[in-house]
Design a protein around this ligand. Structure first.
Ligand code: GDP
Ligand code: MG
Length: 830
């Protein structure tokens, strides 16, 4: 029993002195982690003395869970770890508490401030009255006062003379507020006959005023009185008509009910009630729109101030740095290239050569980026996340972090599809490139071939008297590494990279993950300003406060300046790679921006599907005079059609707009294509090819338009029409279903019949069909037959099996996909 749960045993082993500690800490994920590690160590170094662990470990079981061989030293370590974790936890809790308290106080203060003025006036009045009457009644009530004081001890009474009255006023607010100025006068007039219910009303009466300022004891009674008063009001459910403080209530496009109440300083329950009376059944956590909020705000007698949601972002708007504030910064380098051409090896080789040497312990922690210093003294920052997807997705999220791309091409291979992709990505991002011709140690290496290959893709290296630096390297032998670093340093110098270190930090997330022990952790590349411990920030849809910074050597640092990669701890959620981090001056700002973004993202996802349509693109082009280029991506079934399309595209265009093919390739539309399209706001054109499933999902999510064509003229016509802003009513295809071919039969009289499973949508007898093999269209036509079991049917829905045969086409194979489509006319929406 005990061995399915190391807690107990550990508690026993802990000497009984603080089993509580142990247990409690265990309930926390962090601590648990520490112990698991320790256990593993123990297994490696087993010791006698298992008997000691007694009953707790008595049961045999998974040895890794049995604490039998724990040495005292081990135990000590564990306890220490447990205690350390606990202390940290307590510290954090205290910090959180303090923060929460500070926030609460701030809210309270603001609320009170607004009321303070009014209250003061009333109090002055009250004090005056009290004074006048005091003189008159002082003698008469002297005796009674003494009596009352005694009575008050049993039945708490409010305080007395001017000064304490003022102090308690806010607490008595509830009771006092309903009284309007003239009410008070009435009461003042009634004052004399009022003695007996002065206690009940909780208002300042003469008797109370007279009962003398005796200090502490009286005060605490006042507190009790206040409490009683509150309880009474609550019990009566009496919602006193409070004297209104008219507020200007800021309302964004949508606001949570609770937050609205907060901003009006009204009770949530009242607001919910008001909403119900207006026919809206909502809870405090639901969001209402600004119009509804306006109704409610008016009902409560406040003024609405509408703010655009996006305004919350204004506080982090890019500040223009003055030229004199800019200091040189290290370049940021991304390594790209075809798979297996040696990106990872090269990154490792550079790090091994430049970082590990001279490092204490020689342990480098992987944080997604690292810095090296060249022999010439230049510091270079390498992003340790090779791959185009990372590069482009970061760009799509607004983080252009890379200053220089190192394009790796293996000398024993050639320019490959992903090499071309990398070139296009770099070009689209307008980032300079350096070519590293890798694997030059290999006997079959042919660097010259690589250079000539690159020519075809408009990359003219220096050896070919071009501008692009090229270096022959070997990740294995280390050959050319220094030259490569020098080439990078040279390129960096040309770029004159600068940033202002003395401002609120801004950076980009390179990597982020949820760490079991440390919570959400993000590797951030600081781009400008200096990020410091304790800074409050917003990052994407998350926010946080820097609890700790860890550099690429795994050391804790207090701050990180421009081009420095650091791990940031203290996030309240996990951001995504490419998210931008901005330091804000207050936590409220950070939180507000994060919330706004979260909502905006939700809306965007909801509205996705039509974000990057040709029409919108053109609309944008018209609005923005600078946009004269219409970027597109083209994927085709064969090289020939891709080239033909690119050529046709280049001819399109006039003085105002030009079509720019960002990337043209062969094969299915991939996620990477969609990423590039999103980053550049381009649609993707598939010519006789389809998007694979991940790409389709990505496109749906990101709102990237994918258009499919099977006739080049159609494609060209559409782009032409879009370019001239004359997109006419068009016939558009709609995919209504997909079916997967499981088997192929020969049926006499019919020919070859495909046994299919409809995987998506419906298969319809009357619809058009295409045969896809590896996402490439190999046939388009109509169905000769659609059968469910033995019967000819007009429709088969998703999840069902059916038999299909094509009209005049026989080359069908298992694993082919049948696409079922219909054509419909779409009105132009411009
Ligand atoms: P990546 O996919 O681009 O990250 O490529 P890797 O770094 O994983 O390398 C792919 C393969 O090429 C591995 O087997 C490496 O050992 C090998 N490789 C990488 N660089 C060199 C090199 O300079 N010389 C030789 N001979 N092999 C290399
Ligand atoms: Mg790799």
């Amino acid at each position: 029993m005990s061995d399915n749960d190391g807690k107990k045993t550990l508690g026993v082993r802990g000497g009984g002195s603080r089993p509580g500690n142990v247990k409690q800490s265990f309930s926390h994920g962090r601590t648990k982690n520490v112990v698991v590690e320790t256990k593993r160590k123990r297994v490696v170094v087993p010791k006698s003395g298992a008997g000691k662990s007694g009953g707790g470990a008595g049961s045999v079981g998974d040895p890794s869970k049995r604490p039998a061989g724990i040495t005292d030293a081990e135990m000590d370590r564990r306890l220490k770890a447990v205690q350390a974790a606990k202390a940290r936890e307590a510290e954090e809790a205290a910090q959180r508490e303090a923060e929460e308290k500070a926030r609460e106080e701030e809210r309270q203060r603001r609320r009170e401030e607004a009321e303070a003025k009014e209250r003061e006036e009333r109090e002055r009045e009250a004090a005056l009255k009290a004074k006048q009457e005091e003189e008159e009644r002082a003698k008469r009530d002297a005796e009674e006062a003494a009596k009352r004081a005694a009575a008050a001890a049993a039945q708490p009474a409010p305080p007395e003379d001017g000064a304490p009255a003022r102090k308690t006023a806010p607490a008595n607010r509830g009771a006092e507020r309903p009284a309007r100025a003239n009410d008070r006068e009435d009461r003042g007039g009634r004052g004399k006959g009022d003695k007996s219910d002065g206690r009940r009303s909780g208002k300042l009466t003469l008797n109370q005023a007279l009962s003398g300022g005796e200090g502490g004891r009286q005060k605490s009674m006042a507190a009790m009185k206040r409490k009683q008063e509150r309880a009474r009001q609550k019990a009566m459910g009496q919602n006193t008509v409070r004297e209104k403080v008219v507020r200007d209530v800021q309302v964004p496009e949508a606001i949570m009910v609770g937050e609205l109440a907060n901003r009006m300083a009204e009770r949530v329950a009242d607001v919910v009630k008001a909403l119900m009376q207006n026919g809206m059944m909502v809870t405090q956590n639901q969001t209402i729109d600004a119009d509804t909020a306006e109704l409610i705000i008016e009902e409560f007698g406040h003024n609405i101030v509408r703010v655009s949601d996006a305004d919350v972002e204004d506080v982090i708007k890019e500040i223009e740095d003055k030229e004199e504030d800019l200091k040189p910064r290290a370049p940021v380098i991304t390594i790209m290239g075809h798979v297996d051409h040696g990106k990872t090896s090269l990154l490792d080789a550079i790090r091994d050569a430049k970082v590990v040497a001279g490092e204490a312990g020689g342990i480098t922690q992987h944080i997604g980026a690292y810095q090296v210093t060249t022999d010439g003294g230049q510091v270079l920052t390498f992003l340790d996340t090779p791959g185009h997807a990372a590069f482009t997705s970061m760009r799509a999220r607004g983080a252009q972090v890379t200053d220089i791309v190192v394009l790796v091409v293996a000398a024993d291979d050639a320019v490959m599809p992903q090499t071309i992709e990398a070139i296009n990505h770099a070009k689209a991002a307008e980032v300079p490139m350096i070519v590293a011709i890798n694997k030059c140690d290999k006997p079959e290496a042919n660097p010259t071939k690589v250079r000539t290959d690159l020519l075809q893709h408009e990359v003219i290296v220096e050896e070919m008297s071009g501008e692009v630096q090229d270096v022959e390297v070997s990740a294995h032998t280390g050959q050319g590494l220094d030259e490569l670093l020098e080439a990078i340093a040279l390129q960096a110098e040309l770029l004159e990279l600068k940033a202002n270190p003395d401002r609120a930090a801004q950076g980009a997330v390179i990597e982020a993950q949820l760490d079991v022990g440390r919570g959400p952790v993000a590797t951030v590349l600081v781009q400008s300003g200096t990020l410091r411990q304790g800074d409050v920030f917003v990052v994407g849809e998350q926010w946080g406060k820097v609890r700790a910074l860890v550099n690429d050597r795994g050391e804790r640092v207090k701050e990180a300046g421009p081009s420095v990669p650091v791990e940031v701890l203290g996030l309240n959620g996990t951001p995504e790679a490419g998210d931008v981090l901005n330091v804000t001056s207050t936590e409220a700002q950070a939180r507000e921006i994060a919330e706004y973004r979260e909502n905006a993202a939700k809306e965007k996802r909801a509205a996705a599907g039509a974000a990057t349509t040709l029409e919108q693109l053109m609309q944008k082009a018209k609005e923005d005079e600078n946009v004269t280029e219409m970027p597109i991506l083209v994927k085709a079934d064969v090289q020939g059609s891709a080239e033909a399309i690119v050529q046709a595209m280049e001819k399109i265009g006039n003085d105002e707009v030009r079509v720019r093919v960002l990337h043209a390739g062969v094969g299915a539309i991939t996620e990477s294509d969609v990423g590039l399209a999103e980053a550049s706001g381009a649609p993707v054109f598939g010519f006789n090819v389809r998007a694979n499933a991940p790409a389709r999902n990505a496109a749906n999510q990101k709102g990237v338009e994918i258009r499919y064509y099977s006739v080049i003229y159609d494609l060209v016509d559409d782009v032409k029409a879009a370019a001239s802003g004359l997109l006419s009513a068009e016939i558009r295809e709609k995919f209504i279903g997909y079916a997967q071919i499981k088997e192929v039969f020969k049926v006499t009289g019919v020919g070859r019949v495909a046994g299919c499973l409809v995987t998506e949508g419906v298969a319809r007898r009357s619809a058009g069909v295409r045969l896809l093999r590896d996402d490439v269209v190999i046939h388009e036509g109509t169905l000769k037959t659609l059968k469910r079991f033995k019967d000819e049917v007009s429709e088969v829905i998703s999840g069902q099996e059916c038999g299909m045969a094509f009209e005049n086409y026989e080359d069908i194979r298992p694993d082919d996909v049948i696409e079922i489509f219909e054509r419909e006319e779409i009105e132009r929406t411009l």
